[in-house]
Design a binder for this molecule. Structure first.
Ligand code: TEU
Ligand code: CA
Length: 510
């Protein structure tokens, strides 16, 4: 995509973003009404979580028709209107492409139950299951009487996996992509894209997390599919792709988004989201800022250009998660904003993050709608966890935190900080094209430089996620360019949860 590096993306989870007709569910007209506000924030692209026709078992990540809009959100005319009006504001629309699986209500799956149908091999139908387990807990195979066998689903049973060994599948996907790109969308966020190719259905090594993963994680077949989609479809449009890639290390991620390989433009990796969790998201451990910073810095050094994010619709809110001291919640969200918008890569802001939204109050399992949480709860109970402990896990980790309606009245000075930082990215090329260099990580303090070359201006960013002031000497020639506390004078220490951008005094001109 032209000027991709300059873009800032804003993720919308349509169900809880803006409701235009008062039925309690966000919708496309609601998004249209908010475009002006989004333009004022300074973002360039909105990514919509799925708005396709869906029985809504996994909140739209189970699609029953890729070329229709779910009635709860409006109509295809509303969608066309959204794309057109967004363009008037200079905003592109990115769609969520969920192609590892369809809904079990998708026509292809229903027809595939007939063994003589051409759709039979679109899915994995077998007489006997293997030992693989699913991302949502429990076995990855379910028996279907009508289909006369077991079928594979790496997520919920309502989300059967597509089998890319059948060339018909990739042709269907290409047509879907063209359908949307011809409407003028700006690209795709590709759901769990690095697991779409399954090498074999052999039994997997038994694992507490995911049994079977070695047969489908970032396999050569996936690379082949991504290259083919780029060659035959994406390269013909001005668009970009970001892949959601699970369980990737820097090597795998680098392979998926290396500019010369022609696969994805960037990926969402998870390592920085796992620093406060063990066994995926089942158990929460204390959030350790230094560990968090080390992981982020490692990825900055390893990948030339990547997606940057602190939140999405699957994660608890960063304001509740990465700011241990609730007294500094507003300060902390500003410091996190500075980090997000000054690292190298494409920043993704999740709806409500720009006003410092925190986790919601949840009282019992009755408040939970997330299918993943219900499965994990049931599993935890089954293996003997007492109710209180199972509930504690869910309460901390449930995806519902991110999915409840945003309180737009929340905190305007956080919003001001976001606006300022977004403006700096537009004004200072060094924040976009500059190299990244780690300066130090210690005691909850993260310091790094962005610079174009040795002679031009250098921005030094210092982010503190600690409740106490922390002494730091940036060197003689550095003055405050911007502080999240709004101060201009530096006294040799960062205040609690402060973020500061220093600039070379000779070059600052302020
Ligand atoms: O998520 C992929 C994924 O790996 C999830 O299991 C994620 O790690 C987990 O939910 C974190 O709690 C994608 C979508 O983002 C998610 O909303 C969908 O439920 C999932 O794929 C299936 O499509
Ligand atoms: Ca509505």
């Amino acid at each position: 995509m032209t000027d991709l590096e300059r873009k800032i993306v804003y993720q919308i989870y349509p169900m809880s973003f803006a409701d235009s007709n008062g039925d309690g569910i966000g919708d496309l007209q609601g998004i249209i009404a908010e475009l002006e506000r989004l333009a004022r924030l300074g973002i360039d692209i909105i990514w919509l979580s799925p708005v396709y026709k869906s029985p809504w078992f996994d909140n739209g990540y189970d699609i029953s028709d890729y070329c229709q809009i779910d009635p709860r959100f409006g109509t295809m005319e509303d969608m066309d209107e959204l794309i057109a009006k967004a363009r008037e504001f200079g905003i592109g629309v990115v769609m969520d492409l969920v192609i590892n699986h369809t809904s079990d209500q998708h026509e292809w799956f229903i027809k595939s139950k007939d063994p003589s149908s051409k759709y039979r091999n679109y899915y994995f139908w077998r007489e006997q299951p293997n030992n693989w387990t699913s991302f949502f807990g429990g076995p990855a195979w379910s028996y279907d009487k009508e289909g006369g066998g077991y079928y594979l689903h790496l997520f919920a049973p309502q989300q059967p996996d597509l089998d890319y060994h059948d060339p018909g599948v990739i042709d269907e996907i290409k047509n879907i992509m063209k359908f949307w790109l011809d409407k003028g969308i700006a690209g795709f966020r590709c759901d769990v894209i690095n697991i779409i190719w399954k090498d074999s259905l052999d039994n997997g090594r038994r694992s507490l997390i995911l049994t079977g993963i070695e047969h489908y994680l970032s396999r050569e077949g996936t690379h082949g599919i991504l290259k083919e989609l780029r060659r035959d479809v994406l390269s013909k449009y001005d668009c970009f792709t970001v892949g959601e890639t699970v369980f990737v290390d820097t090597q795998m991620a680098g392979d998926l988004c290396a500019p010369d390989r022609g696969e994805l433009d960037m990926v969402f990796s998870f390592e920085h989201m796992e620093v406060d969790q063990i066994l995926v998201k089942w158990f929460k451990i204390r959030f350790r800022p230094n560990k968090f910073f080390h992981v982020i810095s490692k990825w900055q050094k390893a990948i030339g250009w990547n997606a940057l994010y602190l939140e999405n619709h699957d994660q608890p809110r960063s304001a509740s998660r990465f700011i241990r001291d609730a007294d500094f919640r507003s300060e902390g969200t500003k410091a996190l904003a500075m980090m997000l918008l000054t690292l190298r890569g494409t920043p993704f802001i999740y709806q409500g993050q720009e006003v410092g939204t925190g986790n919601r109050e949840l009282k019992s399992m009755q408040d939970i709608r997330d299918v993943e949480s219900h499965n994990i709860y049931a599993l935890a109970r089954k293996i003997g966890f007492p109710k209180w402990l199972a509930w504690r896990i869910i309460k901390r980790t449930t995806r519902d935190h991110a999915r409840s309606p945003v309180d737009w009245q929340n905190d305007t000075d956080v919003l001001e900080t976001y606006r300022d930082l977004i403006r700096f990215r537009k004004e200072l090329p060094v924040l976009i094209y500059g190299k990244y260099n780690e300066v130090l990580i210690r005691g909850g303090l993260f310091v790094y430089d962005r610079f174009l070359d040795e002679k031009s201006i250098r921005i030094r960013v210092a982010i503190s996620l600690g409740s106490k002031p922390v002494r730091y000497d940036p060197g003689m020639a550095m003055a405050i360019f911007y502080s999240t506390y709004g101060r201009k004078e530096y006294d040799g220490a960062l205040k609690p949860y402060e973020g500061i951008m220093f600039i070379d005094e000779q070059s600052s001109g302020r």
